[in-house]
Design a protein around this ligand. Sequence first.
Ligand code: ADQ
Length: 489
Amino acid sequence: EPTDHGSAPTEGLVVVSNREPYSHSYDGDEIVVDRPVGGLTAGLDPVMQRAAGTWVAWGDGEADREVVDDEDRVRVPPEDPAYTLKRIWLDDDEIDEYYYGYSNQVLWPLCHSDRGKITYEPRFWERYREVNRRFAEAAVNEVEPGSLIWFQDYHFGLAPKMVRQELGDDAMLAHFWHIPWPTWDDFRVCPQSEQLLEGLLANDLLGFHVGRFCAQFLEGVQACFGDAVVDWDSGVVYHDGSPTLVKPFPMGVDAERIARLAGSDEADRFWRDFCEEQGIADDAVVAVGVDRLDYTKGIPERVRAIEYFLDEHPEYRGEFVYVQKASESRSEIPAYQELQREVSETVERVNDRFGTDDWRPVVSITERLSVRALYGLYRYADLALVSSVRDGMNLVAEEYVAAQLDDAGALVLSDFAGVDETLGDYAYTINPYATEKFADTIYRTITDSPDERRRRMRQMRQLVTAYDLDAWMDDIFETVASLRDESAE
Ligand code: ADQ
């Protein structure tokens, strides 16, 4: 059911993101299209259809090139075209230096306060600037007077200022930064800290998931620029031109859809078959972890806590199973290859130490899962382990909660994840590095009364359902609309 996004733009919306909403590929000789399966892209798609705007994104592969017009545009969705997808092509050097380089080996570890993982090379920055320029120019070409340009994420730290220099006050610029913003002391490690802050301050609205990231951003601006003035009550910062409102918007998920699919026959069937294949008994305690294999997610820390738990509580050997659904990510980057090795070795060690002929404590799912299967896994797992060492939000935690149709599960949650700000009062909180306490919390979660677990889950489910993905988008669009009203006064 399409929601009525009261304040969403009905025209002139331009979205700029690294990833594209529709991607084309060959199936034999035929070109097929992959549509958005979930998350922000799927949520934003109906808004774009209504606004009949333009989405600017990285196009990839032969089939993507085959379907565009002279200006690299294709109308989507293919069966009922409603808006324009403008594709930007990146050559191998650009992918290497803008995407794997500056975005993922400088900004990603920088914003997750992991100095040791930063690999800085001057060419990364050059290319990041060039690619930002190309996206900015594409966006400028698409605007109409009064357009809203909405940038997504850390791939576009410079584009807002480039657009502002072209358009002046003719467009509204909003940006959502999906990852944390670190303290100034961590951020100033970056050789281009000043340029990045200025790039982002060209926005009218800059959103982060939680208030802490907003405060850290504003403190950084104050420390970096002597002339910057912050109004701490409103979150507005003035520096060199028009004001920027910096505001938290804790992202939500499509809770209604997740609940519906978690209740599907396919979800049930997956779970039954999975338990049978793995020899998981009905009364076993099943914990689940779902992540991209990323060093920010605290996966080795989690497996070590499980090892400690089984050491301390031998009565759970044979009774407790940790199901790990981890998908490889950014494998071109050495730090990710190292993590993949570390995770496999840790899992192997734990399975070797405790495993028996008919039981392994850690079960890894390597094959792709349909969303229904994934939500089935969420629905029936007794607990979810979210142990990020840093995380902008963490949508897995919210998806798990949304899938708890029986309110029976429990969420074990690191308070280093942004989502701790919204769910932390009702989750079982951990510090991923505190192995003994983490293990103890797993034990406490399992042995807590079902009533207490249900009470916590009900509260979380209410929160996740009330501030869902649509509410999050509406919140942002309403904020943009109120900024527009203010500037018209
Ligand atoms: P991510 O770091 O990718 O996102 P997350 O918020 O957990 O992290 O979102 C991951 C999404 O991918 C979820 O929808 C999840 O279901 C899916 N996913 C992850 N691993 C999967 C697997 N192995 N198999 C199947 N599906 C998997 C970034 C930030 C986060 C922030 C989001 C949104 O790092 O902090 O919450 O953006 O802003």
